[in-house]
Design a protein around this ligand. Structure first.
Ligand SMILES: C[S@@+](CC[C@H](N)C(=O)[O-])C[C@H]1O[C@@H](n2cnc3c(N)ncnc32)[C@H](O)[C@@H]1O
Length: 223
């Protein structure tokens, strides 16, 4: 128990509240998500058991740790969208999560070229700030099978969801990397997804969860 005010004490308290809030929310879901030991196992299981056909894409790639896992499960092209060297350090919007990202995700044209060369052959990287038209032009025609949203903020998540909306349908899975279990979780990827589902009358079930990462499968779209 800390007896003097400290950033750590406040953070611990906020983290505990976030756990409780998510646990209560999650316990009311039917079915509840399966708990995986690591985010890599979670992603692997989402890919391995995917039954929907269509494109596979990730939004928020950075150095590509999870994009490489996704790509290893598919022979088809897997798309990766991120700003990389086309923006300055940090995220384009404020993320009030559990870490300061203001100096992270910094790329130069040279380091981006090296990243591209190091990617599996079936990966196509699309650099630039997310933009609805640009995303739609870059993706193949047809449905979405699997989308990974790892761009942290609600604003970026909304841009991505609006861009892919015509391609979503029953069976489409979405993995959100910063969905739950941190202070402010309801304001970012979770909040964007909830508003989107309400707007377009999308029904879904939870599939998996590990730390902050949660996956869903769309069951119906009534909008
Ligand atoms: C947490 S990192 C991604 C981590 C990565 N998926 C991995 O497996 O390590 C978040 C990324 O989202 C990108 N991002 C967030 N908002 C964006 C936007 N509006 N346009 C382009 N990229 C964005 C950032 O540039 C950053 O690289």
């Amino acid at each position: 128990m800390e007896t003097r005010s400290s950033k750590t004490g406040v953070q611990q308290h906020a983290q505990l509240k976030a756990y409780t809030d998510w646990a209560e929310y999650h316990s009311q879901q039917d079915p509840m998500a399966v708990f995986y030991d690591t985010k890599e196992q979670h992603m692997a299981e989402v890919c391995r058991t995917l039954w929907a056909t269509g494109y596979v894409a990730q939004f928020g790639v950075d150095a590509g740790h999870t994009l490489r896992i996704m790509a290893s499960y598919f022979r088809k092209k897997v798309f990766g969208f991120d700003a990389w060297h086309t923006k300055g350090p940090g995220l384009p919007d404020r993320w009030t999560g559990n870490i300061d990202h203001s100096r992270a995700f910094t790329w130069t044209p040279q380091s981006f070229r090296e990243l591209k060369k190091s990617m599996p052959r079936n990966v196509k990287l699309v650099p630039g700030l997310f933009d609805k038209q640009k995303i739609q032009d870059a993706l193949p025609k047809g449905d979405a099978a699997l989308i990974s949203i790892d761009c942290d903020t609600g604003a970026s998540t909304t841009t991505v969801l609006e861009a892919v909306r015509p391609t979503l349908g029953p069976g489409t899975r979405i993995i959100f990397d910063e969905y739950a279990n941190y202070a402010g979780w309801r304001q970012h990827e979770f909040g964007a997804w909830q508003r989107f589902c309400e707007k377009y009358k999308i029904e879904y079930e939870y599939f998996g969860i590990c730390e902050m990462d949660v996956s869903i499968e769309i069951t119906d779209i009534k909008g």
